[in-house]
Ligand binder design. Structure first.
Ligand code: C5P
Length: 405
């Protein structure tokens, strides 16, 4: 599976470093060439001799080796390593190493190499449960995920400290399969298909400077657009007001209001094979937005009522004019999720509903992960674990692919 692949394995100083010997063996057995890079702390847990023997390459530890037994190297070795790699995996990735990479420190050979990469970076955090749960570590992981770094969630269980919780490095075979998945080319199951994806919030103007909006970040819709493009689709992404970069190969149309989104979707819908409505469209909009800034002095002191009218329901309108298109809606529910999502499925005539609860930890708006349940028209419900939004996107597409005729 990894034949001809160059894997740069960064080992940092945690007790799980003992597993890296078996990890190197797994990679080599799968056909990869492995270059091991260790932090000095990692050498306290496992010897460079062991990892060097298994990988059949000299292990690199110091930026400037002096009497460490390492061979003379060019001082640019970190650049050479970074350019050689098809993927760098840091496993185990300690709290300190993660923090260093997240904040761009280059104080060790491992960290300097991670900064110089042009290939994907993957990390497998492993540490004691409280260090893992600490907001500093979680924020650093958030920074890395936002940058596109692949994060392998640690397993829960007994830790070297005797505590029980999340922090264990998964078994080497599991880590190896994960890396194989990262390096496998994505399936081209959407080749020749046109996917229409909406993302983000809408802003409904009250006057030229004020609006009614919501907290949607657009991350899920952008992840869906990116994943569909990777899988060969021609993607039109209709984005509400968000500051996210356009994924490669995606045609983006920016809109502001729900009505504009309705217009943009209706224009592109006839040419599409599927519509995925991940946007959080405002249900209501001010009836008469003012052309000028509303002055406080012009309003009654005791307050005033803002008249709202309903926005067109884009999914319902699309369902009315559909021919062959697959329709996917999102249901953001804080209570009676399954019941409400099933009701939405039938009332909007959808093929699939993605249910999530923004009140769950690691789910909903703004986060980099989500916890969703996929409910299909047949009534089938598949609950997915907490996953990065990119993985959620692929799982949604896995469910959409067989629905497109
Ligand atoms: O009815 P509700 O707003 O809860 O349904 C959510 C789903 O409907 C989402 O997929 C959303 O994108 C879509 N929607 C729509 N047009 C609207 C409001 C929501 O297509 N005006």
């Amino acid at each position: 599976m990894l034949s001809g692949k160059h894997i740069l394995l960064g080992v940092s100083g945690g007790i799980a470093a003992y597993k890296s010997a078996l990890l190197v063996r797994e990679f080599v057995r799968a056909g990869a060439e492995v270059q091991v890079v260790m932090t000095p702390a990692a050498t306290r847990f496992i010897t460079p001799l062991t990892l060097g023997t298994l990988s059949r390459r000299n292990v690199i530890i110091e930026m400037f080796p002096s009497g460490s037994g390492e061979q003379e190297r060019q001082w640019t070795a970190h650049i050479d390593c970074a350019l050689w790699a098809h993927l760098m995996l840091v496993a185990p990735a300690t709290a300190d190493t993660l923090a260093g990479i997240a904040h761009g420190f280059a104080g060790t050979f491992l960290a300097a190499t991670a900064l110089a990469l042009r290939c994907p970076l993957a990390v497998a955090p492993s540490m004691d449960v409280d260090m893992y749960r600490h907001p500093a570590t979680q924020e650093n992981l958030g920074i890395l995920r936002r940058r596109g770094v692949h994060v392998l969630e640690p397993e829960e269980g007994e830790l070297a400290s005797g505590l029980v919780g999340a922090g264990r490095l998964p078994e080497p075979a599991v880590v190896c399969r994960w890396v194989e998945g990262l390096l496998a080319p994505p399936p081209q199951d959407f080749l020749g298909r046109h996917l229409l994806v909406t993302a983000g919030p809408t802003h409904e103007p009250i006057d030229p400077v004020r609006f009614i909006g919501n907290r949607s970040s657009g991350k899920t819709g952008f992840a869906l657009a990116a994943a569909a493009a990777e899988r060969g689709a021609h993607v039109t992404l209709i984005a509400g007001p968000v500051h996210l970069p356009t994924p490669p190969g995606v045609h983006r149309v920016d809109v502001t209001t729900g009505r504009e989104m309705y217009g943009a979707v209706m224009e592109a819908f006839p040419q599409s094979d599927a519509l995925i409505m991940s946007a959080a469209v405002a249900d209501f909009t001010p009836a008469e937005p003012s052309g000028r800034k509303i002055k406080k002095e012009a309003l009654p002191e005791e307050g005033y009522a803002l008249a709202l009218i309903q926005n067109p329901d884009i999914l319902k309108a699309a369902a009315r004019s559909r021919r062959r298109q697959v329709l996917v809606g999102f249901a953001l529910e804080t209570e009676n999720g399954l019941e409400n999502a099933r009701a939405k499925l039938s009332s909007k005539n959808l093929d699939l509903v993605v249910l999530n609860n923004p009140l769950e930890d690691g789910a909903g708006f703004g986060t980099d992960t989500n916890i969703v349940t996929l409910i299909s028209a047949g009534g089938n419900a598949i609950s997915l674990p907490k996953l990065p939004k990119a993985d959620v996107a692929h799982r949604i597409l896995d469910a959409v692919a067989p629905l497109i005729s």
